[in-house]
Design a protein around this ligand. Structure first.
Ligand code: NCD
Length: 332
């Protein structure tokens, strides 16, 4: 049986916030307000200072059980969620369910019921179908929180939050910034969540740079300026976010060849010269070197790619403690 996502009736924005305005699930950036996004970033800042301590643990989620429920491959996201949960003293279970069409419909609900029977408190869900984490949030027992770790092409809200955290640490005020997102916007849940977050934070200008075949229809309606030429789009930007060509999501030939793509859209040191002199380069990973980014840029002085990975731990700790209603004041 195939389920129809999202579950009818409730929008993700409405089910992730309680009547009192508290974060209950974390499914999408859309519909969040600036105060809540800023609270997540500030809370993450207090956890980030823990990285320098020899004992990297706080007891905020002691006694809670977190289940990493990954129906799709992941390296950074799964491991940083696991580390974040462990640093909050939660018990963590990793369940990697191979991607197959059998993992749908009633079997998904059965899996949930079985996991619920083990007294868990939080599901971290990655799934190839857009709306899957919302569907799960709609069906879990009321005490359980669901965090979206990437659903189809729809959203990857914790990635967007760690990217905002990284930008804020380097650049401060969003209202003065020009941010360019480059590459396969069409298939990217990361880009969608980043665009929503950047706009909620009142970013000066958000640009997308891509060939027409890799842009969603009516992308301008998301509140971005569209460029098809890399050099024009990169002019004077403060932040460059590169995206992976998501070949596994492409149907048919959207591109001539990887070599030609690199010639037109690959980020090189030479091309970066038109950006602001202190521009930072970001990538959510995994990066295809020589396809969307040269190794010299990925490993170069402007790159903050590994900082993004590190920041993922503090940001995920912040979101996990907030959905559980734990007082992060105790983190300091
Ligand atoms: C991204 C994802 O899975 O959406 N990676 C990540 O979580 N860091 C981006 C990608 O797969 O290209």
């Amino acid at each position: 049986m195939t389920l129809h996502y999202p579950a009818p009736g409730a929008s993700p924005a409405s089910i992730q916030i309680t009547r009192e305005g508290r974060l209950k699930h974390f499914l999408t950036i859309e519909g969040l307000n600036r105060a809540l996004i800023t609270e997540i970033l500030d809370t993450a800042e207090s956890f980030a200072s823990m990285n320098d301590q020899s004992v990297k643990k706080v007891p905020l989620l002691r006694g809670k059980t977190v289940i990493n429920l990954f129906f799709e491959a992941s390296t950074r996201t799964r491991t940083t969620f696991e580390l974040a949960a462990k640093r909050l003293s939660a018990d963590v279970l990793n369940i990697n369910i191979g991607q197959s069409s059998a993992v749908k419909g009633e079997s998904l609900l059965d899996t949930l019921r079985n996991l619920e029977a083990m007294y868990c408190d939080m599901f971290i869900v990655r799934h190839a179908d857009s709306g899957a984490s919302q569907f799960i949030a709609h069906h879990v027992a009321p005490h359980i929180s669901v965090l979206n770790a990437g659903d189809g092409r729809h959203a990857h809200p914790t990635q967007a939050m760690l990217d905002m955290f990284t930008i804020r640490r380097h650049k401060g005020d969003f209202t003065k910034l020009r941010v360019a997102i480059v590459g396969d916007i069409l298939h990217s849940r990361v880009a969608r969540s980043q665009i929503h977050a950047l706009n909620i934070l009142n970013t000066g200008e958000v640009r997308v740079i891509a060939p027409k075949t890799l842009l969603p229809a009516e992308v301008e309606k998301l509140g971005v300026h569209v460029f098809h030429d890399l050099e024009q789009g990169l002019r004077d930007v403060d932040v460059v976010i590169m995206l992976r060509l998501q070949k596994e999501r492409m149907q048919g030939a959207l591109l001539p060849s990887e070599h030609e793509y690199f010639q037109l859209y690959g980020l090189t040191e030479e091309r970066l010269k038109v950006a602001a002199p202190d521009a930072i380069v970001m990538h959510p990973g995994p990066a295809n070197r020589g396809v969307e980014i040269s190794s010299r840029v990925a490993d170069g002085p402007r790159s903050v790619i590994l900082e993004q990975v590190t920041n993922g731990i503090a940001v995920r700790m912040a979101i996990m403690s907030m959905v559980m209603g734990a007082n992060p004041g105790g983190a300091a």
